[in-house]
Design a protein around this ligand. Structure first.
Ligand SMILES: [Fe+2]
Length: 279
Protein backbone atom coordinates (compact mmCIF):
# COMPACT_ATOMS: atom_id res chain seq x y z
CA UNK A 1 0.00 0.00 0.00
CA UNK A 2 1.41 3.41 -0.95
CA UNK A 3 1.93 5.85 1.94
CA UNK A 4 -1.03 7.99 2.88
CA UNK A 5 -1.07 11.64 1.82
CA UNK A 6 -0.64 13.94 4.86
CA UNK A 7 -4.02 14.97 6.21
CA UNK A 8 -3.56 18.71 5.71
CA UNK A 9 -3.21 18.37 1.92
CA UNK A 10 -5.34 15.25 1.43
CA UNK A 11 -8.68 14.32 -0.07
CA UNK A 12 -10.84 12.29 2.31
CA UNK A 13 -14.16 10.50 2.17
CA UNK A 14 -17.36 10.92 4.19
CA UNK A 15 -17.78 7.63 6.07
CA UNK A 16 -21.30 6.30 5.68
CA UNK A 17 -22.92 3.20 7.21
CA UNK A 18 -22.95 1.03 4.03
CA UNK A 19 -19.15 1.25 3.79
CA UNK A 20 -18.16 0.72 7.41
CA UNK A 21 -17.62 -3.05 7.18
CA UNK A 22 -15.62 -2.65 3.95
CA UNK A 23 -13.35 -0.07 5.60
CA UNK A 24 -12.87 -2.22 8.71
CA UNK A 25 -12.06 -5.33 6.70
CA UNK A 26 -9.98 -3.88 3.85
CA UNK A 27 -8.35 -0.79 5.43
CA UNK A 28 -8.43 1.07 2.05
CA UNK A 29 -5.79 3.68 1.28
CA UNK A 30 -7.90 6.72 2.21
CA UNK A 31 -6.14 9.67 3.85
CA UNK A 32 -8.94 10.48 6.32
CA UNK A 33 -12.64 10.09 7.01
CA UNK A 34 -15.33 12.50 8.14
CA UNK A 35 -18.33 11.36 10.17
CA UNK A 36 -21.57 13.04 11.17
CA UNK A 37 -21.09 13.65 14.90
CA UNK A 38 -24.73 13.06 15.86
CA UNK A 39 -24.62 9.48 14.53
CA UNK A 40 -22.22 8.66 17.38
CA UNK A 41 -23.93 10.33 20.34
CA UNK A 42 -25.13 7.00 21.81
CA UNK A 43 -23.61 5.73 25.05
CA UNK A 44 -22.31 2.59 23.31
CA UNK A 45 -23.27 0.10 20.63
CA UNK A 46 -21.92 -1.19 17.33
CA UNK A 47 -21.52 2.19 15.57
CA UNK A 48 -19.21 3.50 18.30
CA UNK A 49 -17.32 0.21 18.43
CA UNK A 50 -16.74 0.41 14.66
CA UNK A 51 -15.57 4.02 15.00
CA UNK A 52 -13.15 3.07 17.79
CA UNK A 53 -11.69 0.49 15.42
CA UNK A 54 -11.47 2.75 12.34
CA UNK A 55 -9.99 5.71 14.19
CA UNK A 56 -6.97 3.64 15.15
CA UNK A 57 -5.88 3.72 11.49
CA UNK A 58 -7.34 6.96 10.09
CA UNK A 59 -7.58 10.64 11.04
CA UNK A 60 -11.24 11.42 11.76
CA UNK A 61 -13.05 14.74 11.31
CA UNK A 62 -16.31 15.38 13.20
CA UNK A 63 -18.98 17.18 11.18
CA UNK A 64 -22.11 18.28 13.04
CA UNK A 65 -25.50 18.80 11.44
CA UNK A 66 -27.69 19.63 14.43
CA UNK A 67 -26.18 22.32 16.65
CA UNK A 68 -28.35 25.08 15.13
CA UNK A 69 -25.67 27.73 15.57
CA UNK A 70 -27.81 30.53 14.14
CA UNK A 71 -31.02 29.85 16.06
CA UNK A 72 -32.52 32.32 18.54
CA UNK A 73 -33.14 29.45 20.97
CA UNK A 74 -30.53 29.07 23.73
CA UNK A 75 -27.53 26.98 22.75
CA UNK A 76 -28.28 23.31 23.32
CA UNK A 77 -25.87 22.20 26.06
CA UNK A 78 -27.28 18.68 26.03
CA UNK A 79 -26.08 18.46 22.41
CA UNK A 80 -22.78 20.19 23.22
CA UNK A 81 -22.02 17.80 26.10
CA UNK A 82 -22.48 14.85 23.71
CA UNK A 83 -20.16 16.53 21.22
CA UNK A 84 -17.52 17.18 23.88
CA UNK A 85 -17.68 13.56 24.99
CA UNK A 86 -17.27 12.37 21.37
CA UNK A 87 -14.31 14.72 20.87
CA UNK A 88 -12.63 13.23 23.95
CA UNK A 89 -13.23 9.72 22.62
CA UNK A 90 -12.17 10.25 18.99
CA UNK A 91 -9.48 12.99 19.21
CA UNK A 92 -10.65 14.38 15.85
CA UNK A 93 -8.39 16.36 13.54
CA UNK A 94 -11.21 18.85 12.87
CA UNK A 95 -14.62 19.69 14.37
CA UNK A 96 -17.12 21.48 12.16
CA UNK A 97 -20.71 22.72 12.09
CA UNK A 98 -22.93 24.67 9.69
CA UNK A 99 -23.58 28.41 9.42
CA UNK A 100 -27.34 28.01 9.65
CA UNK A 101 -30.22 27.32 12.02
CA UNK A 102 -32.19 24.11 12.41
CA UNK A 103 -35.01 24.92 14.77
CA UNK A 104 -36.75 27.52 16.89
CA UNK A 105 -39.12 27.57 19.85
CA UNK A 106 -37.79 24.19 20.96
CA UNK A 107 -38.76 22.54 17.65
CA UNK A 108 -36.02 20.85 15.65
CA UNK A 109 -36.62 20.92 11.91
CA UNK A 110 -33.86 18.56 10.77
CA UNK A 111 -32.69 20.89 8.02
CA UNK A 112 -29.90 23.42 7.44
CA UNK A 113 -31.89 26.64 7.14
CA UNK A 114 -30.49 29.94 5.85
CA UNK A 115 -29.69 32.95 8.02
CA UNK A 116 -30.70 36.46 7.03
CA UNK A 117 -27.40 38.11 6.14
CA UNK A 118 -27.76 41.19 8.36
CA UNK A 119 -25.57 42.89 10.98
CA UNK A 120 -27.90 41.63 13.71
CA UNK A 121 -27.68 37.99 12.57
CA UNK A 122 -23.91 38.32 12.17
CA UNK A 123 -23.47 39.59 15.74
CA UNK A 124 -25.83 36.88 17.02
CA UNK A 125 -24.16 33.94 15.33
CA UNK A 126 -20.65 35.20 16.15
CA UNK A 127 -21.55 35.41 19.84
CA UNK A 128 -22.75 31.81 19.76
CA UNK A 129 -19.66 30.59 17.88
CA UNK A 130 -17.51 32.32 20.54
CA UNK A 131 -19.53 30.56 23.23
CA UNK A 132 -19.16 27.14 21.55
CA UNK A 133 -15.42 27.56 20.97
CA UNK A 134 -14.91 28.70 24.58
CA UNK A 135 -16.95 25.82 25.97
CA UNK A 136 -15.34 23.15 23.79
CA UNK A 137 -11.90 24.67 24.37
CA UNK A 138 -11.00 24.26 20.71
CA UNK A 139 -11.37 25.84 17.31
CA UNK A 140 -14.57 25.22 15.38
CA UNK A 141 -14.95 25.17 11.59
CA UNK A 142 -18.19 26.57 10.18
CA UNK A 143 -19.53 25.61 6.78
CA UNK A 144 -21.36 27.76 4.23
CA UNK A 145 -24.69 26.12 3.36
CA UNK A 146 -26.69 25.81 0.14
CA UNK A 147 -29.79 28.02 0.10
CA UNK A 148 -32.93 28.32 -2.00
CA UNK A 149 -34.22 31.70 -0.87
CA UNK A 150 -32.79 35.03 0.18
CA UNK A 151 -34.21 37.37 2.80
CA UNK A 152 -35.61 40.73 1.66
CA UNK A 153 -33.95 42.35 4.71
CA UNK A 154 -30.47 40.97 3.93
CA UNK A 155 -27.86 43.72 3.67
CA UNK A 156 -24.59 41.75 3.45
CA UNK A 157 -23.50 39.53 0.55
CA UNK A 158 -23.13 35.92 1.68
CA UNK A 159 -19.37 35.89 1.02
CA UNK A 160 -18.82 38.98 3.20
CA UNK A 161 -20.97 37.48 5.96
CA UNK A 162 -18.98 34.21 5.89
CA UNK A 163 -15.63 36.02 5.88
CA UNK A 164 -16.76 38.29 8.75
CA UNK A 165 -17.74 35.27 10.88
CA UNK A 166 -14.18 33.93 10.62
CA UNK A 167 -12.62 37.32 11.16
CA UNK A 168 -14.70 38.19 14.24
CA UNK A 169 -14.61 34.82 16.03
CA UNK A 170 -11.29 33.36 14.95
CA UNK A 171 -13.14 30.23 13.86
CA UNK A 172 -12.02 28.56 10.66
CA UNK A 173 -14.10 27.98 7.54
CA UNK A 174 -15.17 24.73 5.98
CA UNK A 175 -15.71 26.01 2.47
CA UNK A 176 -18.19 23.86 0.58
CA UNK A 177 -17.32 24.52 -3.05
CA UNK A 178 -20.44 22.77 -4.33
CA UNK A 179 -22.62 24.96 -2.07
CA UNK A 180 -20.94 28.09 -3.45
CA UNK A 181 -21.66 26.93 -7.01
CA UNK A 182 -25.28 25.94 -6.22
CA UNK A 183 -25.93 29.31 -4.55
CA UNK A 184 -24.19 31.24 -7.36
CA UNK A 185 -26.54 29.65 -9.89
CA UNK A 186 -29.66 29.85 -7.72
CA UNK A 187 -29.13 33.45 -6.61
CA UNK A 188 -27.25 34.76 -9.65
CA UNK A 189 -23.94 35.82 -8.13
CA UNK A 190 -20.35 35.29 -9.26
CA UNK A 191 -18.74 32.29 -7.52
CA UNK A 192 -15.27 33.74 -8.16
CA UNK A 193 -16.22 36.95 -6.37
CA UNK A 194 -17.16 34.71 -3.42
CA UNK A 195 -13.75 32.96 -3.45
CA UNK A 196 -11.95 36.29 -3.72
CA UNK A 197 -13.65 37.57 -0.54
CA UNK A 198 -12.51 34.63 1.61
CA UNK A 199 -9.12 35.08 3.33
CA UNK A 200 -6.96 32.00 2.54
CA UNK A 201 -5.70 31.49 6.13
CA UNK A 202 -9.31 31.10 7.31
CA UNK A 203 -9.99 28.05 5.12
CA UNK A 204 -9.24 24.85 7.03
CA UNK A 205 -11.25 22.36 4.95
CA UNK A 206 -13.21 22.13 1.71
CA UNK A 207 -16.20 20.00 0.73
CA UNK A 208 -17.18 18.63 -2.66
CA UNK A 209 -20.47 16.96 -3.57
CA UNK A 210 -22.99 16.56 -6.37
CA UNK A 211 -26.25 18.41 -6.99
CA UNK A 212 -29.53 17.74 -8.80
CA UNK A 213 -30.23 19.98 -11.81
CA UNK A 214 -33.54 18.46 -12.91
CA UNK A 215 -35.77 21.17 -11.42
CA UNK A 216 -36.08 24.94 -11.67
CA UNK A 217 -33.08 25.46 -9.35
CA UNK A 218 -30.05 23.43 -8.33
CA UNK A 219 -30.64 21.22 -5.29
CA UNK A 220 -27.69 20.19 -3.14
CA UNK A 221 -28.56 16.49 -2.87
CA UNK A 222 -25.15 14.94 -2.15
CA UNK A 223 -26.42 12.20 -4.46
CA UNK A 224 -24.36 12.56 -7.64
CA UNK A 225 -20.77 12.87 -8.84
CA UNK A 226 -19.11 16.27 -8.50
CA UNK A 227 -20.11 18.26 -11.60
CA UNK A 228 -17.56 19.53 -14.15
CA UNK A 229 -18.43 23.12 -13.16
CA UNK A 230 -17.70 22.38 -9.49
CA UNK A 231 -14.42 20.63 -10.35
CA UNK A 232 -13.42 23.77 -12.26
CA UNK A 233 -14.40 25.99 -9.32
CA UNK A 234 -12.48 23.68 -6.96
CA UNK A 235 -9.39 24.10 -9.14
CA UNK A 236 -9.72 27.87 -8.80
CA UNK A 237 -10.28 27.50 -5.04
CA UNK A 238 -7.08 25.44 -4.75
CA UNK A 239 -5.27 28.07 -6.82
CA UNK A 240 -6.37 30.71 -4.28
CA UNK A 241 -6.25 28.81 -0.98
CA UNK A 242 -3.70 26.08 -1.67
CA UNK A 243 -4.31 22.40 -0.91
CA UNK A 244 -6.62 21.83 2.05
CA UNK A 245 -8.21 18.74 3.61
CA UNK A 246 -10.97 18.17 1.04
CA UNK A 247 -13.91 15.85 1.55
CA UNK A 248 -16.08 13.96 -0.91
CA UNK A 249 -19.63 14.01 0.56
CA UNK A 250 -22.25 11.56 -0.72
CA UNK A 251 -25.41 11.05 1.37
CA UNK A 252 -28.22 9.87 -0.93
CA UNK A 253 -28.11 7.00 -3.45
CA UNK A 254 -24.78 6.10 -1.86
CA UNK A 255 -22.62 4.38 -4.50
CA UNK A 256 -19.94 1.69 -4.24
CA UNK A 257 -16.94 2.72 -2.17
CA UNK A 258 -14.77 2.62 -5.31
CA UNK A 259 -16.81 5.52 -6.76
CA UNK A 260 -15.98 7.67 -3.74
CA UNK A 261 -12.32 6.66 -4.02
CA UNK A 262 -12.33 7.79 -7.67
CA UNK A 263 -13.84 11.17 -6.77
CA UNK A 264 -11.29 11.61 -3.98
CA UNK A 265 -8.49 10.70 -6.41
CA UNK A 266 -9.59 13.49 -8.78
CA UNK A 267 -9.56 16.01 -5.91
CA UNK A 268 -6.13 14.75 -4.85
CA UNK A 269 -4.73 15.09 -8.37
CA UNK A 270 -5.95 18.69 -8.58
CA UNK A 271 -4.31 19.50 -5.24
CA UNK A 272 -1.08 17.68 -6.13
CA UNK A 273 -0.78 19.67 -9.36
CA UNK A 274 -1.33 22.89 -7.43
CA UNK A 275 1.13 21.78 -4.75
CA UNK A 276 3.77 20.95 -7.37
CA UNK A 277 3.23 24.35 -8.99
CA UNK A 278 3.60 26.09 -5.62
CA UNK A 279 6.73 24.11 -4.59
FE1 LIG B 1 -20.72 20.23 2.85
Amino acid sequence: MSPRVPFNVAAGIGLRAPHVSHVRAERPNVAWFEIHSENYYADGGPALAALDDIRRDYPISLHGVGLSLGSTDPLDYFHLRKLKRLIARVSPVLVSEHLCWSGVGGRHLNDLLPLPYTDEALAHVCKRIDEVQDWLGRELLVENVSTYLAFADATIPEWEFVAAVAQRTGCKLLLDVNNIYVNAVNHGFDADEYLAAIPPPAVAEMHLAGFDASGPCLIDTHGAPVSPEVWALFQRAVDRFGPRPTLIEWDTDIPAFATLEREAAIAQTIMNVRHAVAA
